[in-house]
Design a protein around this ligand. Structure first.
Ligand code: CA
Length: 229
């Protein structure tokens, strides 16, 4: 049974969401406070998070950002204002879906099911058969070794291509620079982990709209990199 955490301070909305989800066979827990909600989300085992934006203690932006440092489960963000949804999207905090209040509870249940199914497919396979990887505007053809961003083809060196493809095939997994160096470069090859940093920079210049705020390859400070799904 999938477990869902709802962080929502409007009790009537939280209860309504809970009722609908429980009727669909989910186990649901509620938290009203932002800080407590984040702590619960990080320490307990949930399969999906429903996160309200405006919360006492800590807002949904901050919760989403902190939660994504270590956890990959789907997040559906809820806001009372359409403008806030646009802002969340723009920030690229790693939420998987957004809904504006008031919303239909049955639509919320449908989205929860879709995200859980997608996430299970994602962690259940490492795409062994898939020769084309398409993630948002990024398309990688593994057989032809070609890369497009928003329809525009970019030229990649062999190692840049190998590194990007390796990361994209293992989304949301944090790899250290050492791990990436040993995966992509033969151990006898010249170079060190600084080579990884240089290649990541070059890849970002080709695929990111704003290299200071990468949408694809994220730097996890003090650890390494991960490809955001
Ligand atoms: Ca609220």
């Amino acid at each position: 049974m999938s477990r869902i955490l709802i962080i929502e301070d409007e009790v009537s909305i939280a209860e309504l969401e809970k009722d609908y989800l429980e009727l669909s066979g989910f186990e649901v827990e509620l938290e009203e406070d932002g800080k407590k909600g984040l702590e619960r989300a990080l320490t307990d085992n949930f399969d999906l998070l429903i996160l309200d934006l405006m919360l006492p203690g800590m807002d949904g932006f901050e919760i989403c950002r902190k939660f994504r440092e270590t956890k990959n489960i789907p997040i559906i963000m809820i806001s009372a204002k359409k403008e806030d949804i646009d802002k969340i999207r723009g920030l690229g905090l790693g939420a998987d879906d957004y809904m504006t209040k008031p919303f239909s509870p049955s639509e919320m249940v449908a989205r929860v099911k879709a995200h859980l199914a997608r996430y299970e497919r994602l962690i259940g396979s490492s795409f062994p058969e898939n020769e084309i990887i398409e993630i948002r505007g990024l398309k990688i053809d593994k057989t032809a070794r070609r890369v497009w961003i928003n329809g525009e083809e970019k030229n990649f060196t062999t190692k840049e291509f190998d590194l990007l493809t390796f990361l994209a095939q293992n989304p949301n997994h944090v790899f250290t620079k050492e791990e990436l160096f040993s995966k992509i470069w033969d151990m006898e090859s010249i170079g060190d982990i600084a080579t990884v940093t240089v290649h990541i920079k070059k890849i970002r210049e080709k695929i990111e709209f704003n290299t200071a705020k990468p949408l694809y390859i994220e730097t996890i400070w003090g650890v390494g990199y991960r490809f955001k799904m």
